[in-house]
Ligand binder design. Structure first.
Ligand SMILES: Cc1cc2nc3c(=O)[nH]c(=O)nc-3n(C[C@H](O)[C@H](O)[C@H](O)COP(=O)(O)O)c2cc1C
Length: 351
């Protein structure tokens, strides 16, 4: 039994870069019998190392680390045009736009850290590591998970030697995991709902699948387990736990239902991501280029200005069901609901 599919509770707290994933949140979920994540994205190499060490002081249970796979730079002229468009917005907030530089999020050095720390499991998003990298993680006893959004990506991940796939439905909050940031596709490939995607991926590869996207309740988890998943990864559901490091304005917007809908946009980062449909998303989303992380760096000062209308308020489609409670209580509640939902479904269906 692997790390991801072998926990007492099939509840995984998703990696959430940008603040929400804290060592306390990861440890609380792992200590409650689920699986917690350290999100390496945007951290410095030293911060990543520190966070892994901190999780180990808070739990002796398994946990996982998530890494961003680097991609190709975007078109420089497109980025310059987007910067021109955003100039009046920056002026309004009294900030200077960020330097739209391309980087690889310290890919090689972060891989060195997770290998040196021999973490129990590593998941990848935005691409697939090559077979040599997967083998090097296996050598130190690390389980390898690749996040996929299509059957085609699942085949590539299986060929590279992944042990588990994280199947991300279109309902998911924040960035879509699509391997390519294709300028021709504003939504990051076909938007496939989680249940049909699980079926497509299961038909393409013979690997354990972790389901993610829009899951908020134990009944939701029951649905994906019935569809063949070994675990459920929930992001938005954990954003308003006291252990979450999500900004207060983000948590307030979720709890107060300040925005009725979510949408997929490149407005904030240059990669398709789902967030609450605030003014910035509506105004600029259709004009944002496929340039990640250039646009992420460009918009950082705007997002940090403190106005929720200009923040990336990442949220999955299930956000209205969010429950602010300690992470351990949420894992216990989800597990109890899961058992009740499975029993009720069995009782309703009388063969
Ligand atoms: C605030 C936020 C940040 C996220 N950051 C990451 C990340 O760093 N790496 C990653 O693989 N997924 C990230 N995700 C996506 C989750 O892994 C997961 O696919 C998603 O949360 C599932 O949808 P849900 O939010 O409806 O549960 C993030 C999600 C949210 C809400």
């Amino acid at each position: 039994m692997g790390v991801i599919g072998g926990r007492p509770n099939p509840v995984v707290a998703a990696p959430m870069a940008g603040g929400a994933s804290t060592p306390r949140l990861a440890a609380a979920v792992s200590n409650a019998g689920g699986l917690g994540f350290v999100a390496a994205g945007y951290l410095t190499v030293a911060q990543l190392d520190d966070r892994i060490a901190e999780v180990r002081t808070l739990t002796s249970e398994p946990f996982a680390v998530n890494l961003f796979v680097p991609g190709a730079p975007g078109d420089v002229a497109d980025v310059a045009r987007y910067a021109e468009r955003l100039a009046p917005v920056a002026e309004r907030y009294g900030v200077t736009l960020g330097e739209p530089r391309h980087d690889d999020d310290d890919w090689a050095a972060k891989l060195d850290v997770v290998r040196a720390r021999a973490v129990p499991a590593v998941s990848f998003t935005f691409g697939c590591p090559d077979a040599e990298i997967v083998a090097s993680l296996h050598e130190v006893g690390t389980e390898v998970c690749v996040t996929v959004t299509s059957a085609g990506e699942a085949r590539i991940a299986a060929a590279a030697g992944a042990d588990v796939l994280c199947v991300q439905g279109m309902e998911a909050g924040a960035h879509r995991a699509t391997f390519l940031n294709d300028p021709a596709s504003p939504t990051g490939g076909e938007l496939i709902g989680l249940l049909p995607l699980l079926r497509q991926v299961a038909g393409a590869v013979d690997l354990p699948l972790m389901a993610t996207g829009g899951l908020m309740t134990g009944a939701d988890i029951a649905a994906v387990l019935a569809a063949g998943a070994v675990a459920a990864q929930l992001g938005t559901a954990f954003l308003c736990c006291p252990e979450s490091g999500a900004p207060a304005a983000h948590q307030r917007a979720l709890l107060e239902r300040s925005y009725p809908t979510t949408a997929v946009t490149r407005a904030f980062s240059g990669r398709p991501a789902r967030g609450l449909a605030n003014q910035f998303l509506l105004d600029h989303g259709p004009h944002a280029p496929a340039a990640y992380p250039e646009v992420h760096h460009l918009t950082r000062p705007l997002r940090a200005a403190g106005d929720p209308e200009a923040m990336s308020l990442w949220a999955g489609q299930g956000f209205a069901a969010i429950r602010p409670m300690p992470a351990a209580d949420l894992v216990a509640t989800l597990t109890a609901e899961l058992a009740a939902a499975l029993n009720a479904a069995t009782a309703r269906w009388a063969p």
